[in-house]
Design a protein around this ligand. Sequence first.
Ligand SMILES: [Ca+2]
Ligand SMILES: [Ca+2]
Length: 535
Amino acid sequence: MKPQMIGLAVVTALIFAMTPDEGLADAQSCKDLARHSLSALPDAPTQITGTRFVEAADGLPAFCDVIGYTAPQVGLHVRLPEDWNGRFHMEGCGTMCGVRIIENADDPLSRGTAVATTDMGRSAPLATAEWTGGRPDYNTIMRSGEWAYNNTEQELDFAYRGTHKAVLASKAIVAAYYGAGIDHAYWRGCSTGGRQGLMLAQRYPWHFDGIVAGAPAGIQPAYINIFWRTLTNIADDGRAILGQSQIPAVHKAVMAQCDGADGLEDGVIDDPFACAPDLSVLKCDTGSSSNQCLSDDQIAVVDRLYAGAFLSEGLRVSWGVPKGGELGLMRYLLDDAGEIGTFEPMAQDRLRYTWFDYDPGPTYDARTFDLDRDYPRLFTRGFLPAPNNPDVTDFKRRGGKLITYQGLNDMLNAEPLIEYVKKVERVVGGDEQADEFLRLYLVPGMNHCRGGFGVDTFDWVSEIQAWVEDGTAPGTVIGYRRDGDISLPGANAWPLNPKTVLKSRPVYDYPNSARYKGRGDNTDAKNFEPKPLSF
Ligand SMILES: [Ca+2]
Ligand SMILES: [Ca+2]
């Protein structure tokens, strides 16, 4: 400890000795916050419906826990730490939201940052686990679309307005509590959270200084891949052609042909765009298919799944399954060959309640979807939540920084994000201009947001902070794979406990992907180098 720091420690100790109820004072200001009126906040009249003071524990500092909503019914959850560092972090949501999982922001909170999240305008019952004494079934809430039935108002909130209002309200709560302005504001989210992040850069460029937008959903306004995969596997008699239990054999055959092509057999295809597997190896010798081999019809399905969807005039309307990501098909091919083909609930709800101009409603059967007839009908509403405007020049001009990333095994497809980033580059005047504020990282082997066979844990918070606050742009970023853990890093996550790290890998900004140099420990990042992807 430096001498002046010892001095500071002594002074701090004296202050605490002189004011023994320092913690209580904060508990009092947290209590007072509940009576603070924000009902006249411009564009976001807000009610704080509850506050409680939470003592420091489990790696988190003491904080004031705040719930409330902003008009019309956009739910908020805000956490205000003691010893605030002047930063504001907002955490994105997932799928169709309706929940406030503030625990996902534990890592910035543990560093002294004020954190917030929103349900995007749809406050489902039991949306806030900790306040209801148990963990609600988040997935059922988030994957259900009934709320959007003939409900344009809430669909607007889900598209962009709710997030905007929640930002206004959360920032006002932070300012009211600390009596001071925010120094730096950050957004982090993946999937729907990534969509929210891009949308903020596009529509509200003044809200955040730094945005981390992972696997943004819906850049293709009607991302029909989430149900087309099921649809293209249903025969005329309604039965599934390829069975769910056959998918592992397909994955195995693809890995046998493409995994080692990058110089390392590690379960990860570093350049899936270069992988062109010969599927004939899967063909059964005898007439009947099994979990080990496929019929001609089944191989034709796999071919279609990889190729993606096209209108009969030739226009591509969806990208295909990423090579190496086949196991992600499990949730789209719910049935075994010969069973009645059924759709994943969320995919079906998108069609029933959110994409058509007039919601067909709960009786709609996705099997009746005709690509040529119905795909062009999805655009009036499908465009509402699509974060696809490449003109983010105002965000750049304001000094905003944007990191976006996606897994290359992601069933939501990375290709639309790559194409979007290329459009942004053209709009801002080229590669170099884009480099001043934008980085795209593609992560080999990672599924949607996390999981899969590659690394899936990154300290994006430190990367974006360093870029915004010190002007240090992210270069090579190290990703980690943790033992059995694909959850978001919690409090005290960084630096990661080395005992929990199985491997680390560098990720390079697009167009590069990491390749093994050919010698040395292949779990160590330093033995990899950048090579351009084929897309
Ligand atoms: Ca490999
Ligand atoms: Ca609707």
